[in-house]
Design a binder for this molecule. Sequence first.
Ligand code: ATP
Length: 379
Amino acid sequence: MADITVENLQKRFANFTAVKNSNFKIHNGEFFVLLGPSGCGKTTTLRMIAGIEIPSSGRIILDQDDVTFKRARERDIAFVFQLFALYPHMNVRQNMAFPLENEKFSKSEVKRRVEDIAKMLKIDHLLENGVGNLSGGDRQRVALGRAIVRQPKAFLMDEPLGTLDTEFRELMCLELRRLHDRLGATTVYVTHDQHEAMMMADRIMVMNQGEILQVDTPERMYNFPNCKFVGTFIGTPPMSFLRVDSTVRVTDKSIAIQGVPVGIPRTHETAPSVLLGLRPEHVALVSSGGIPGTVKAVEYLGSHQIVTLETAAGTVRARVDKNLKVRLDDAAQALPDASRVLLYNASTEKLMASDYTRLEVAKPEATNLEAVRGAVAHG
Ligand code: ATP
């Protein structure tokens, strides 16, 4: 079990800075996900934590121990790669036993640990099989088993599910999270897939171009993205941003878009031009009193529809009733929920403080399953 503290960490490759002055702390027992597009520096960050890549500057502290310049094998950490290099000439048992035999554990201890972990991963019936004929999922489990038997302080995983098909990936996500909860070890997990991150993480760190943009819980990351990039990267569909080129002051209760007053939460900052950040569930389609536009796309999703509207201030998506009759090129108007609008400074694209951002995420009234069941029965 371990806290991992990263201080002023930088990595340069010749003239290119892959990781820029990173500061974050991963708590003991946490499932922490590094998320971002290809090339943003997540793998390089993970490799520095693992001891595979040497930082250009900064420190990495594992519990109280400064491990910045310690070799990988001197850190009590297990690295799980995307492509599992299982030893092809060994069977499952031998593959899993290998790290323990390397560290000279007694035969009986090796046997006990391998069999316990195999049972936990539901591969105990495969222990004497060769690894060549295993399914992709079973190979992943053997590789995980091999990492777990050492009982390291932390697990580092670099897109471990990258090669699996979608359905199987989802199952493995849930298995990984369950395993994490059982072992209680710190897990640092790299992915470019927001769904994996939202499904598994206690906290997510979003990176772009070598910089950390936000470190937060999935819930806060969705509700309060602290910049335009995060609002776009997290959420399906992404957050919409409407541009308003007029000064917004702390006393304003609304701003005008094409002459239409649109309500906003009281802002605590002033900006000469702003972006209105809107999640689709906070936008209604109306016939008057909203921001005028034209329907450019309609996506029917069974329980609801996502309608994309082109307006003079930009594209906005609305989540609407599944039965609403709406067709391409229809004229329609978007009405944002004034209490849920997020304001971003248009030049920095950073979230501005407002009455809404000061709120904790509003909890729904029915928070336990019994209450939900009652509502369904009576509804
Ligand atoms: P991906 O998912 O594509 O691996 P990533 O977010 O993990 O993306 P990194 O692998 O950390 O990104 O790479 C960050 C940047 O550093 C990339 O532009 C990459 O080309 C560059 N980079 C990584 N390793 C080296 C290296 N050994 N030499 C030069 N440049 C490198």
